[in-house]
Design a protein around this ligand. Structure first.
Ligand code: NAG
Ligand code: NAG
Ligand code: NAG
Length: 424
C-alpha cells in the first residue's frame, strides 16, 4: 500500500456481499480480487450462496432469496466477526442490496455498493419516484416518451427496466426502488463504466451521490478469467478481410425464442456474411434443419467463444447482442458496432443508448428478429456507409476507454481512490 506501513490496515475487515444470480457476481469478484491483491494485510470475508445461479433471474429462487437476504447476511456477518475477532470496517455489496446502508450504519462501517452496469440504467432507478410521478396513469393514455431524464433523448416507456413503472410491488421492483433511495447514503458508488461516455447523466448522479466512481471497463481494470480458444475461432478469423464477419452472442443466460433463431439463421444464410455464432444449447435441435451443414464453409457455430479476443479481431464487422452491459463494454473495447435484440433488465436501455445517443448500434424493427428486420440491420451495419460511421464513432469511445485506464486516466485514479476507501 502506498502512503503507510504495510500493517497499517491489519485491523481492517471488508465484508463482500455478492448477488448470486445472472452475471452479477463475476464483476464484484474481479473488483475484490484486484483490491485484495493490492492490500494483503486486510481481511476479506466473502458472502454468497454456494453456487451462482447463472441461468436464473426472475424465478422463484431469486424471490425467496431476496426476501430472506437481509437477515441471512446479518447472521453470517456476525459469525465472521466472531471468528476473525475483527469488526467490519467496510461493507462492499452488489448495489441491489439496499439494506447495506442500514447494515453498515449499524456496524459503524463504510458502505460501498457496486453498480455492475452503466450510469444510464442507474439513473432510472435513482429517479424511479420521479418517473412514476410524471408518467403516473398517463401510461394508459399512450405516453410513449420519457423526455424528462437528462442525457436520454428518445427514451421510450417500453425501454424502462421491469419494475420501474410496471409490477411495482413485486420483490424485484421493490428491491430496485429501495436501492435507488439508499444509494445516496453510500460512502462511494463504483460503477463498471468510464468517464466521458455519458457526462450529462453522470453529473446528475454525482449531484445525488456522495461519490460516484467510474472504475471500468472492468475488462481493462480488473483481472479477467482466461477463455481458451477451444474451437479455433481466432485462426479462423484470420482468413477473412477486415470487418467482414458477423459475431453473434446473446450472452450466457438468454436463448431467443425458436422463431427468432430461425429468422436469424435464414438471414445469415441469405446475406452470406461469414459468421461466428456462440450458441447456447444444441444447434442441431434449435436451428433450421441443415443450416449448420449448408453454412459450414463460412460459418462457425461454437458452444463457447473467447468473446473479447474475437471482438478485438479486425475481421469482425458487427456483433449481434442482447445488449447486456458487459457485452456492450466488450464491443466498445473491441471497436465493433452492435445489432441489438434486448430482452430484460437494463438491456433495452443499453440498446437505446447505442442507437440514439452513441450511434454505435442499431436495433431490429419492433425489437424482434424477423427475417426482414434482421437482414435490414445486417446490411446496414455490414455493407453501408452507416456501418462505417458507426465504426468510426465506436473507435472514439474505445480510445476514451483506453485513456481512462492509463496510469493517470480517470478510471485508474478512481480505482486508487476506491481502494483507499475500502481498505483504510
Ligand atoms: C467491535 O465493536 C464493538 C461495538 O460495536 C466494540 O465494543 C468492540 O470493542 C469492537 N471490537 C474490536 C476488536 O474493535
Ligand atoms: C485491417 O485492419 C488492420 C488492423 O486495424 C490494419 O492494420 C490493416 O491495414 C487493415 N487492412 C486493410 C486491407 O485495410
Ligand atoms: C501523473 O500525474 C502526476 C501528477 O499530476 C504527474 O506527476 C505524473 O508525471 C503523471 N504520470 C504520467 C504517467 O502521466
Amino acid at each position: 500500500m502506498k502512503g503507510g506501513r504495510i500493517d497499517d490496515n491489519i485491523d481492517k475487515h471488508v465484508a463482500i456481499l455478492a448477488f448470486p444470480f445472472g452475471t452479477h457476481a463475476p464483476p464484484l469478484v474481479s473488483l475484490v480480487r484486484r483490491i485484495a491483491a493490492e492490500s494483503p494485510t486486510v481481511t476479506f470475508s466473502f458472502f454468497s450462496t454456494e453456487k451462482s445461479n447463472a441461468g436464473l433471474f426472475f424465478g422463484t429462487a431469486i424471490q425467496l432469496f431476496i426476501q430472506a437476504m437481509p437477515e441471512n447476511f446479518k447472521n453470517a456477518i456476525d459469525v465472521a466477526v466472531t471468528e476473525t475477532g475483527k469488526n467490519i470496517t467496510c461493507l462492499v455489496t452488489d448495489a441491489f442490496y439496499w439494506f447495506g446502508a442500514d447494515l453498515a450504519e449499524e456496524m459503524n462501517a463504510k458502505w460501498v455498493p457496486l453498480w455492475t452496469a452503466g450510469a444510464h440504467s442507474l439513473l432510472t432507478h435513482v429517479f424511479t419516484d420521479l418517473i412514476r410521478e410524471k408518467l403516473g396513469d398517463n401510461r394508459e393514455n399512450d405516453v410513449k416518451n420519457v423526455d424528462f431524464l437528462p442525457g436520454f433523448p428518445e427514451l421510450e416507456v417500453s425501454d424502462l427496466p421491469e419494475g420501474v413503472i410496471d409490477d411495482i410491488n413485486g420483490p424485484f421492483a421493490t428491491m430496485l426502488h429501495k436501492m435507488g433511495l439508499a444509494l445516496p447514503r453510500a460512502t462511494a458508488v463504483p460503477i463498471n463504466s468510464f468517464a466521458s461516455i455519458h457526462t450529462v447523466i453522470e453529473s446528475k448522479l454525482e449531484a445525488k451521490f456522495k461519490l460516484l466512481l467510474n472504475v471500468g471497463p472492468f475488462i481493462l481494470t480488473t483481472p479477467q478469467r482466461m477463455v481458451p480458444d477451444e474451437h479455433g475461432c481466432l485462426p479462423w478469423l484470420n482468413k477473412y478481410e477486415n470487418h467482414s464477419v458477423v459475431y453473434i452472442s446473446f450472452g450466457s443466460t438468454i436463448t431467443p425464442p425458436p422463431h427468432e433463431l430461425a429468422a436469424l439463421a435464414e438471414s445469415l444464410e441469405e446475406c452470406g456474411y461469414p459468421f461466428i455464432w456462440a450458441f447456447k444449447g444444441n444447434p442441431e435441435e434449435k436451428l433450421p434443419s441443415g443450416f449448420a451443414e449448408r453454412t459450414k464453409t463460412n460459418g462457425k457455430i461454437v458452444a463457447w467463444a473467447p468473446q473479447i479476443d474475437i471482438l478485438k479481431h479486425s475481421s469482425v464487422g458487427v456483433c449481434f447482442t442482447h445488449s447486456g452491459w458487459n457485452s456492450v463494454l466488450d464491443c466498445i473495447v473491441g471497436g465493433v458496432p452492435m445489432i441489438s435484440r434486448p430482452f430484460f433488465g437494463d438491456q433495452r436501455l443499453n440498446a437505446r443508448m447505442l442507437d440514439s445517443v452513441w450511434h454505435i448500434g442499431v436495433g431490429v424493427d419492433n425489437g424482434v428478429l424477423t427475417k426482414e428486420s434482421t437482414m435490414k440491420a445486417l446490411k446496414l451495419t455490414m455493407s453501408s456507409e452507416t456501418g462505417n460511421i458507426m465504426r468510426q464513432k465506436i473507435a472514439k469511445l474505445k480510445e476514451a476507454a483506453l485513456q481512462a485506464v492509463e496510469r493517470n486516466g480517470s478510471s485508474s485514479t478512481n480505482f486508487n481512490t476506491l481502494i483507499k476507501i475500502i481498505t483504510t
